[in-house]
Design a protein around this ligand. Structure first.
Ligand code: PLP
Length: 385
């Protein structure tokens, strides 16, 4: 692909993914690492990132939906895969046949997975998920004994093998938050009960990226890292990517589509929320909210253009937004604009856009749209998707 002729593209450096996985493994040296590649690897491309993470020593991959897990297998991705977001009637049998570990939070799910295992003529690998306080997925402590008992029985009948026991934090991105210690204590209690009943899981896990980065006692047998694998800081309070030993894998770049002079007093973009104060020049950036540029960052989102950080003026539209480059600047159509990338290179960060849009960096990278081509650097073979 000829990037200079490209309207907008997301450059994905797979070496950054590999380096980040290695850095995270060093932080959790006694644990395995699961690279979470749900939501198209947070917008970075699931298959390419899964393979890069595996090359760097991630022994597990994690997805939310079974379809995401099955798509990895269909692309030939090996290793262990856990998927956790199931609904009744889901593709349990395909998952069992594709050697995918499945998460179970409730009795209905265990019943469906046993039936699928019988139909497949295979033993399903199941991980029981505990709600230790998140209040979202997972089995409540009050229901844990029943679920564990049923899993022990299913294991005895041969339909199921319990490979993991796991949970998820509510506030790991706020180190010292008062919910963290009680969640860890509840997790230990729920593990102890399951092990007393005879379950011998391969992996016990609760740590996401922020817990991997800040809370060694949460590492157990495996850490589940998503955002940090892509080199983005889970929360500004935890530090910049570089301070965390990480490097952003994605740079969102575009080519300036138009540069023009306008008089003072000229309204810019829908609603005329910006009006030029002087005669100036406007640069048109051909990317908008259909590409994942948050409309909530209208008037604030930063870009690197012509060697300087500048800001979106006026509303971000579906396909384009505008930057006021001032009267003198030699910016020309076709010049590269970096919407976000690595702050160590002087580029705005995904965190900067998150602040501008009053959201989190997770959403900034994940929402980059399907209309934006991903261009891979440092793949085993050069690929464009
Ligand atoms: C998304 C997700 C993760 C990864 O979280 P990060 O903060 O991106 O590391 C881990 N576990 C579960 C259950 C998730 O849904």
């Amino acid at each position: 692909m000829n990037e200079t002729a490209t309207r907008v593209y997301a450059e994905i450096d797979l070496d950054a993914v590999r380096e980040n996985v290695r850095a995270l493994r060093e932080l959790a040296p006694r644990s395995e690492l699961m690279a979470v590649v749900k939501a198209n690897a947070y917008g970075h491309g699931a298959v390419a990132c899964a393979e890069a993470a595996r090359e760097a020593g991630a022994t597990w991959l994690g997805t939310a939906t079974p379809d995401e897990a099955l798509a990895l297998r269909a692309a030939g991705v090996g290793g262990r895969i856990l998927c956790w977001l199931w609904t009744p009637g889901g593709p349990w049998q395909q998952a069992v046949e594709a050697d995918v570990d499945v998460s179970v939070s409730a009795m209905w799910a265990l019943d469906e997975v046993r039936e699928a295992a019988r139909a497949a003529g295979r033993t399903a690998r199941v991980q029981l998920k505990a709600d230790t306080g998140l209040g979202r997925g997972g089995c409540q402590p009050a229901d844990w004994a029943e679920l564990v008992g049923a899993a022990v029985a299913a294991q005895a009948e041969g339909t199921v093998r319990v490979t993991g026991l796991w949970s998820h934090f509510a506030c790991a991105d706020e180190p010292g938050h008062p919910s963290i210690a009680p969640q860890l204590a509840a997790f230990r209690d729920m593990l102890a009960h399951a092990e007393k009943e005879g379950l011998e899981p391969e992996v016990r896990h609760i740590a996401n990226s922020p817990a991997t980065l800040t809370l060694p006692e949460s590492h157990f047998d495996l850490v589940r890292c998503g955002l940090a694998v892509y080199g983005v800081s889970p929360a500004p309070e935890l530090g910049t990517p570089a301070q965390l030993g990480l490097r952003p894998a994605m740079a969102l770049k575009a080519s300036v589509a138009l540069v023009k002079e306008v008089p003072a007093g000229h309204g810019v973009s829908y609603g005329h929320h910006y009006v030029t104060e002087r005669e100036t020049r406007l640069a048109l950036i051909p990317a908008g909210y259909a590409d994942g540029i948050p409309r909530h960052a209208s008037g604030r989102g930063p870009v690197l253009l012509g060697g300087r950080i500048r800001h979106a003026v006026g509303r971000v539209a579906m396909d384009q937004f505008v930057v006021d480059i001032g009267p003198e600047d030699p910016v020309r159509p076709g010049d590269e604009v970096v919407i976000f990338g690595d702050p160590e290179r002087g580029e705005p960060s995904a965190e900067d856009w998150a602040r501008a849009a009053q959201t989190i960096a997770y959403e900034i990278v994940t929402r980059i749209g399907t209309r934006v081509p991903r261009v891979y650097r440092n793949g085993r073979t050069a690929t464009a998707e």
